[in-house]
Design a protein around this ligand. Structure first.
Ligand code: BT5
Length: 241
């Protein structure tokens, strides 16, 4: 379903999912006036410049496995950029796609939980495609497909490539989650031996990444050798690992 302007494709997708919309419904907006990131941060969504997509999914997975869904989406976006558009993409745990060390895509998975399982998940993906410049607060940290490669790609042109790769990786979330984890680790320079700081509600941890757990949690080895599993938080590279 295509819309000219929505507040947030994720908001409408959640409403539709809650009223019974079936798996696979895709919402695309040319512009978002209240595009969202995690923790209600905003997602800059100027008209026609980026892809603003939400997919309604009904995966048969436990709540504890839902991080793998985010990782699968990140793999799909990174492969689309790298293999279909020759833009070297990196993945920062769990949900940022970077190009040239700047953010080119953000992913926001929002789920509705019933007992211990997911009733539905809305997979929201924002990809910067045609931007030549960004609002002041993100000029230093954001980039677009155009800025990285000189290619002016329309959202409608990018969409089928992305959907095909999402389909492939989404199937594996339930049938072979280990394959998703392995591919994510192969595509991310943050997966192993990378010195990072992780900020979360519990404070800031500094350590070295030691790969992902089967649930998608990030393993960090602290300076005293202790291993910690990170299930949510903001990861920053401390220096090149
Ligand atoms: C994300 O959150 O990266 C998830 C973004 C998901 C956006 C999609 S668009 C379709 C769907 N509908 C929605 O309403 N949302 C989804 P987070 O990790 O919290 O990062 C947010 C931060 O990224 C902001 O605080 C800014 O610093 C930065 N940012 C905002 N807009 C950006 C952009 N267009 N490009 C790069 N960085 C951006």
């Amino acid at each position: 379903m295509r819309y000219d302007c929505l507040a947030s494709t994720n908001d409408l997708a959640k409403e539709m999912a809650a009223s019974g919309a079936s798996e696979g419904v895709a919402l695309l907006a040319r512009e978002q006036t209240a595009g969202r990131g995690r923790l209600n941060r905003s997602w800059s969504s100027p008209p026609g410049e980026g892809l603003y997509l939400s997919l309604i999914l009904r995966p048969q997975i436990k709540v504890a496995e839902s991080t793998v869904l985010t990782l699968a989406a990140a793999v799909a976006v990174a492969e689309t950029l790298t293999l279909d558009y020759q833009v070297a993409a990196d993945i920062k745990w769990p949900n940022d796609i970077l190009a040239g060390n700047r953010k080119i895509c953000g992913i926001l998975v929002e789920s509705s939980i019933e007992q211990d399982s997911l009733q539905y998940a809305v997979l929201g993906i924002g990809v910067n495609l045609k931007q030549r410049e960004f609002p002041p607060e993100i000029t230093e940290t954001a980039t677009s497909l155009f800025l990285e490669s000189g290619q002016m790609i329309e959202p409608e042109e990018f969409l089928p490539h992305l959907l095909e790769r999402i389909e492939t990786w989404y199937r594996l979330v339930t049938s072979a989650p280990a394959a998703v984890i392995a591919r994510w680790q192969a595509l991310s320079s943050f997966a192993r031996d990378c010195q990072v700081s992780v900020s979360s509600r519990e404070g800031v941890l500094v350590g070295t990444t030691r790969g992902l757990r089967p649930t998608g949690a990030l393993l960090i080895e602290l300076e005293d050798g202790q291993l910690r599993e990170i299930v949510s938080g903001e990861v920053r590279r401390v220096c090149k690992g």
